[in-house]
Design a binder for this molecule. Structure first.
Ligand code: HEC
Ligand code: HEC
Ligand code: HEC
Ligand code: HEC
Length: 177
């Protein structure tokens, strides 16, 4: 009984939800890579590395970035929180890192910006059980996930068509049931 009350309290209190989310820590793409580099599972690491998000931090040193930044009185966008918050998972979540994290500033928009911090779902046994993984912090990303960054606060905002964008970054499992 006590347990059920406790669960209800956690479920219905916003604060409880926030705390549960905060307790999951960021581990970095290199950790996901150990399993998600294999062809059998879909080489998600490689697809991500060759896609737009892995280079998002590097982009902040491009000529275009310097121009966009200078219009806002920022001299070095690669050090400015205003830009980093959407261009680097590390910069945004550096107060929520796992003790053994591999997450770096340079890895840009990493797996966990879309899939949630992985410290508690990274075990194979948990990953294989979608419901369990979700209860441990895994996110199956939807349009809302993307809109955290693909929105009007982006100084270079282009039109964002979720279905098209999702197709551009897709990294499916080859033999998904
Ligand atoms: C120890 C190995 C291992 C690690 C580490 C790992 N995964 Fe997985 N993951 C798997 C396996 C195996 C599956 C496939 C499960 C299946 O098909 O039944 C999977 C499935 C997934 C899925 C699909 C889940 C679903 O049910 O739709 C996502 C998303 C995912 N992993 C993301 C990640 C991310 C992000 C990381 C790093 C934070 C990570 N994984 C780390 C082994 C791992
Ligand atoms: C944490 C912030 C963040 C999230 C979340 C995010 N993106 Fe991005 N995305 C970026 C940034 C930053 C770039 C630009 C990278 C660059 O040019 O170096 C980008 C670029 C892209 C591009 C290439 C540029 C374009 O518009 O064609 C696609 C496609 C894309 N994202 C799709 C998605 C999809 C689909 C999702 C959700 C499933 C998503 N993104 C979630 C930050 C994010
Ligand atoms: C609200 C999230 C967000 C913020 C804040 C943000 N960006 Fe971005 N940035 C994105 C997304 C998403 C993309 C890719 C799609 C697009 O351009 O609309 C992107 C793309 C870019 C690009 C590549 C555009 C191109 O056409 O090649 C540059 C350069 C850039 N951002 C610079 C910056 C700079 C400099 C800052 C800080 C002044 C900044 N961004 C702040 C989300 C953001
Ligand atoms: C920009 C957001 C974004 C990033 C970054 C990202 N993913 Fe995904 N991922 C998605 C989306 C969207 C899906 C499709 C969700 C669905 O099934 O509707 C997905 C699906 C998956 C799946 C399941 C594929 C399937 O067939 O069900 C795995 C596994 C996965 N991602 C692993 C990773 C790993 C590992 C990384 C980093 C190396 C990563 N993702 C980075 C957005 C992202």
């Amino acid at each position: 009984m006590f347990c059920r009350v406790l669960i209800l309290i956690i479920l219905f209190s916003g604060a409880g939800l926030v705390r549960a989310q905060d307790s999951h820590k960021y581990i970095g793409a290199k950790k996901c890579k150990t399993c998600h580099k294999k062809a059998k599972i879909g080489e998600q690491f490689k697809v991500w590395q060759e896609g737009p998000h892995a280079g998002a931090f590097k982009t902040l040193s491009s000529e275009k970035a310097l121009k966009v930044a200078s219009e806002r009185g920022i001299t070095d966008p690669s050090k400015a929180g205003e830009c980093l918050k959407c261009h680097s998972t590390y910069a945004k979540h550096k107060d929520q890192l796992d003790k053994k994290t591999k997450l770096t500033l340079e890895e840009g928009v990493s797996c966990e910006s879309c899939h949630g911090p992985g410290s508690d779902y990274k075990k194979k046994k948990i990953m294989k059980d979608q419901k369990l993984a979700i209860s441990k912090g895994l996110i199956i990303p939807d349009e809302k996930t993307c809109r955290k960054c693909h929105n009007e606060n982006s100084p270079t905002m282009k039109e964002f068509d979720f279905e098209k964008a999702k197709d551009k970054i897709k990294h499916p499992r080859p033999n998904k049931k």
